[in-house]
Design a protein. Structure first.
Length: 344
């Protein structure tokens, strides 16, 4: 089997059906599998999949997995049987040629470790003017999910890939994976960012393929500043992770790092406070202040979590994030938490 199409999902049945439908009429004429892993392990989602399989040409496998998106991605990588593992999200749909394009690419370039393509924004609901003003002219938007950095094929070490449209050779997961995110409401890892860094460290090639596009759907739930702040957390937490987990620093050094972050971000925080008090109108400057200020705040929050949580600081093996290890870490964490609660 050449391809495993892997789709993490959480509370988006309509979007999930659209994503699944986009793989029912692919131009790719070789066998492939479709796997859905549900972050909520919701029985209703499993029922939807069972009903979908009654008429689907390409059947769908279902798994439930607690945690965050990267625990779910680890489960998908663990369950996948294909030589190539494609991951898209449940708010996306694939172009009809997606699998064929990636198949031709990896067949031609046998030294290629991973690849990705454009994420093109599609508005499900009409966005407000301030959102349109922010994304106008941007080829890459960390906040509203557009990624179209190049017009031509790029292959080399360190070529960027967007998390919503990524393909890996399965051998990658023999030594690395998605460092996990959500534990007891705490975002603790660096997810696909860390995986790409590990690939680059080993000087393995990645590719950006402009023809291999997906459509990334945006609805009205994302047209607010809370969404901007939440997106900032997925940038701030990896920053803190890169600096501190591998080095396993002391609490004294963590405190020094808090001062360093404060020195770096204090001007941004002043602007953020100014916009909170006086900036009633949402402008590009206000959005940037919200985003950058929260990138810094989440770095501080992350360090606070490590200082106050001995389990994560001392017990976790942050060097081993193969899929099976990530899943086991999630399970062990909850067992540990249960013992603590029972003893109290």
């Amino acid at each position: 089997m050449k391809f495993s199409v892997c789709i993490p999902t959480f509370n988006r049945p309509k979007g999930l059906m659209r994503a699944l439908d986009s793989f029912q009429n692919q131009t790719f004429n070789k066998p492939f599998e479709i796997i859905v892993c549900d972050n909520g392990a919701d029985p209703k989602v499993e029922e939807i999949i069972c009903k979908y399989n009654e008429t689907a040409q390409e059947k769908v496998k279902y798994f439930g997995q607690g945690g965050g998106i990267h625990q779910v991605r680890s489960r998908l990588a663990y369950e996948a049987k294909g030589d190539l593992i494609l991951m898209i999200d449940d708010d996306e749909s694939a172009c009809p040629e997606l699998l064929e394009i990636y198949d031709n690419l990896f067949s031609k370039h046998e030294d290629l470790a991973a690849a990705g393509g454009p994420c093109i924004m599609e508005w499900e609901d009409a966005p407000p003017e301030w959102v349109l003003n922010y994304v106008e002219g941007k080829r890459v938007s960390n906040i509203w999910g557009r990624y179209e950095p190049y017009d031509k094929l790029k292959i080399g070490v360190g070529i960027g890939i967007w998390g919503g449209n990524m393909v890996f050779r399965r051998q990658i997961f023999d030594y690395t994976g998605f460092r996990p995110d959500i534990f007891m409401g705490k975002n603790m890892g660096d997810g696909e960012t860390g995986l790409f860094i590990e690939i680059a460290r080993r000087e393995l090639k990645t590719a950006y393929v402009p023809e291999a596009y997906i459509l990334h759907y945006m609805d009205k739930s994302r047209f607010n500043l809370n969404y901007v702040r939440r997106t900032a957390s997925y940038v701030g937490v990896p920053f803190a992770y890169w600096r501190w987990h591998e080095a396993k620093r002391s609490i004294h050094q963590y405190i020094i790092e808090l001062f360093r972050i404060s020195k770096t971000y204090y001007k941004i925080w002043i602007r953020y406070i100014y916009f909170q008090i006086f900036g009633r109108k949402i402008t590009n400057a206000k959005i940037n202040a919200e985003f950058q200020a929260n990138v810094g705040l989440f770095q501080i929050k992350y360090i606070y979590w490590l200082i106050t949580d001995r389990y994560f600081r001392l017990n976790c093996d942050w060097d081993d994030f193969r899929p099976e290890s990530c899943i086991r870490l999630y399970s062990d964490c909850y067992k540990q938490r249960k013992k603590i609660l029972e003893s109290d």
